[in-house]
Design a protein around this ligand. Sequence first.
Ligand SMILES: C[S@@+](CC[C@H](N)C(=O)[O-])C[C@H]1O[C@@H](n2cnc3c(N)ncnc32)[C@H](O)[C@@H]1O
Length: 246
Amino acid sequence: MKEIEVRKKYNIIAKRYHKLRTRGQGWFYNEMLEMPTTLKLLGNVKGKKILDLGCGTGIYAKILTKKGAKIKGIDISEEMIKIAKKENPKVEFKVGNMDNLPYKNKEFDIILAALSINYLKEWYGVFKEVRRVLKNKGMFVFSTSNPVIEVIKKRMYKGKKFRIVEDYFKECLLKEKWFIGSGKKITMSFYHKTYGTIIKTIVKSGFELIDYEDAYPLKKAKKLFPKDYKLWTNMPYFCTWKVKVK
Ligand SMILES: C[S@@+](CC[C@H](N)C(=O)[O-])C[C@H]1O[C@@H](n2cnc3c(N)ncnc32)[C@H](O)[C@@H]1O
């Protein structure tokens, strides 16, 4: 999906997206699954200067500010940024593309990219920019969908439902339908990369992999979202990578 398309689509869904993420206990896939894993790898952020790439509506910004970090955020969608600003009036947010960052060299201790890098086809540009704006020994923590699980398809055989891995080695644009209310759907797309490509990108961009975690749902999700909990305690839907400038 071209960047302009991503921007348009997030502009359309911004309000609904934020509502789903913030009402009640939040959205299973983020609040119960991806966020706990990524926050764990971010570790103690007190006093750290953090840049959030693809910051969305500033949900991470709010949590990390409460934990004592100094946050800045950038996102390609103006509508997502509008909400982020409203929710975090003291935080500096910018509209922009994560592969062309309007920040000084060596400005940040940590860069975060939660479920945003998969919207880009070309990751070297992002890693180059991340390396430029990170301090020496700075950390880049990013989450993605699991490279194997994202290419699993549901198939029927002799009346039974099966999940099979299809075309793992074919790096391509994957499409998903998201419900956006009043019976309408929107097609969201993101790029599938193999484990090999992700690890090569990390290494060739001058980083070393220092930690990795498969997302596992929070215990409280068992009662709140029993179906999702059962499925995603069996398979890793997301993963978080922690890499360090060499
Ligand atoms: C799934 S949302 C995640 C939002 C936020 N990181 C979170 O976890 O709450 C993905 C976000 O990435 C942003 N995004 C996608 N491509 C981008 C790009 N090239 N540069 C900056 N932001 C981008 C989208 O606009 C969207 O807000």
